[in-house]
Design a protein around this ligand. Structure first.
Ligand code: FPP
Length: 255
């Protein structure tokens, strides 16, 4: 049973938490566009690389908190297919952080029942990273407390294109007719197949765009934008986003 306060609450996520039995406010799947590492570093007169490093620390904390809250799935936009346009040294930094993150946190994933999933065309990354990812996917495959889906070399249009190609191939093979294709065929052909519907999509740093992230999956998601830069996004910010989610009236196109 989901116990909610009878009034809308004080707006203070901490005091409202005491009244709420379910800290997820009913959200099963959250996705985050983690934006603002560069601006965080610039504000502090630090190199961009340190902004990304601090961004990984925020990832670590938020994954732990989300698991403790009972969120079933969290999808994080770590590297988009457009991020290849960044300077080579920044790409090297980001890939280095990814290597380190998987190596250093894999034990914690296992201890906390976190199943790793990767969405996007990760096989185009350096072969040692692909190996690390595949080892981690295999090792955590049976964990069932929370799925952490990391978007790597991900773009929603490319994801949908690959889904269309696989559906077309199934039609060609005679599995079904074109007019039998339905929503579930498409959902099942996307990289996010098997994850709960996306409830809440968060973007940090004040930008109001989806930037080619989960375009199909966001059809009925609630959107939450905050000016907070990603390295500063913490448990309290997540509670605030979930509180806002819980206060919304979701009608899914009905009345
Ligand atoms: C946006 O900051 C951030 C990214 C490029 C993606 C997020 C990457 C991380 C949090 C680090 C790596 C993550 C993992 C899971 C290992 P930005 O550089 O676009 O910031 P700006 O818009 O302020 O310049």
């Amino acid at each position: 049973m989901r116990l909610m306060p009878t009034k809308k609450g004080s707006g203070d996520p901490d005091s409202d938490m005491a009244q709420v039995a379910d800290p997820t406010h009913g959200a099963r799947h959250i996705a985050i566009i983690m934006d603002g590492n560069g601006r965080w570093a610039k504000k502090k007169h630090l190199p961009r690389a340190l902004g990304h490093k601090k961004g990984v620390e925020a990832v670590r904390d938020i994954v732990r908190v989300a698991g403790e809250m009972g969120i079933e799935a969290m999808t994080l936009y770590a590297f988009s297919s457009e991020n290849w346009n960044r300077p080579a040294d920044e790409i090297t930094d980001l890939m280095g952080l990814l290597r380190q993150y998987i190596q250093s946190d894999i034990d914690e994933f296992d201890e906390n029942g976190i199943r790793l999933k990767v969405i996007g065309n990760y096989k185009a990354l350096d072969s040692d990273i692909v190996q690390l990812i595949e080892g981690a996917l295999e090792r955590t495959a049976k964990n069932d407390r929370m799925t952490l889906a990391i978007a790597l070399n991900y773009g929603a249009q490319n994801e949908m294109l690959r889904a269309v190609q696989s559906i077309a191939a199934a039609v060609k093979k005679g599995d079904f007719e074109p007019d039998e294709i339905d929503v579930s065929h498409v959902s099942d052909a996307l990289d996010t197949a098997g994850l709960p519907p996306l409830d809440l999509l968060i973007r940090t740093s004040g930008e109001l765009r989806l930037s080619n992230f989960l375009l199909w999956q966001a059809a009925y998601s609630e959107l939450y934008f905050t000016d907070t830069l990603w390295p500063d996004f913490d448990k309290r910010e997540l509670q605030r986003a979930l509180k806002s989610f819980g206060d919304r009236d979701r009608r899914f196109g009905g009345r």
